[in-house]
Design a protein around this ligand. Sequence first.
Ligand SMILES: C[S@@+](CC[C@H](N)C(=O)[O-])C[C@H]1O[C@@H](n2cnc3c(N)ncnc32)[C@H](O)[C@@H]1O
Length: 364
Amino acid sequence: MPILTKPSNCCLEGFRGNSGTLKSPVQRCSRLDNRHSSIHTGNECGKRKPCLLLTRAYMSGQRMVFARKKGCMLMTTPPGENRLVTDPELLTELVRLDGQGEMLTRSMGGVLPELSRAERNGIQDVLDLACGPGEWVLQLVFENPKMHVVGVDISHRIINYANAKAQEEQSPATFQILDVLSHPLPFADGSFDLVNMRLGFSFLLPGQWPSLLAECLRLLRPGGLIRLCETERSLSNNAVFEKYMTLWTDTFFRDHRTFSPDGLHYGLLPMVKLLLEQAGFMQLRHVPYMIDVSANSPTHQTFFADMLALLQDGLPFLRRMARGPSELEELEAIYDQLRGLVNQEDFCAYWPLMTFLGSKPKMP
Ligand SMILES: C[S@@+](CC[C@H](N)C(=O)[O-])C[C@H]1O[C@@H](n2cnc3c(N)ncnc32)[C@H](O)[C@@H]1O
């Protein structure tokens, strides 16, 4: 049941209050542009007082996620809306993701390090959502030639590259261009034993998780597994690096991309099990990872190459979100500052990741 608090003087059009129903799937403040609704404060929309205090609420039907905020209204993302931080068709993005994927798989101990041999043996059909350049898929098929594995991604360039790599390696893996936010996904119910997704946080908005997870449940056979690998900001002993991390968490927060209550982190990791449970998954478990990215660690160079490339490719988004000239100036300076940290001997940092696993119930 939805937990909505009736707002007083809310500027929202169409809000009905305690009954928990919303007249339309997308609620907007009249002062917001039509492209996307958003969290904002009472002041921003011209009301003298904040008009709504919502706790996080999950609406069973429309499955919308609200965050707690003193302000007019927050949320809501149309399930299919794509608001990307980087252009997935950029060549630099492809190169970045290829290096990042390889580093992640190696650092985490393989493609399915959390599964027992028996669990792996039970898997035949696999779907990798937002697969990137296909490194995980190709490695999985290489190690398990009997598996049928399909990777899907929104980027034409990335999928063309992944298919070319599969051909070159004579791999039976297949790759398709697909927007995973466009539901229903073009696969029959119960087509897969495993649905995998790594770093969904990079493009999924909070309100888009429930419907995507519901699709994953539909696509899995009874007893099938979902595997989500997600992340949080890295921890370091360096002020420049922390400033860079804060740049992303804070900007993501202001763009309503996080589950964080204050923008100090992304806030997805504490939410994943709840999201999986609410989607109907059972036997939930998690495995944490801390990848050492300090100077002299084997991942250091790749990690920094990834960050510098992300900063370049994300600049249009970061510039758009900057609040005034001083933030723009800081943005222009941070690339060189960050580059200065590469191989700095006393640089110490960890990149946290967590894998979450859940099963589709065997009985409906
Ligand atoms: C951070 S990368 C992760 C790639 C891969 N999962 C990995 O871990 O190596 C995010 C990927 O999501 C893809 N993507 C973004 N929006 C998407 C969408 N709506 N549907 C499918 N893929 C999407 C991007 O093209 C990119 O390849």
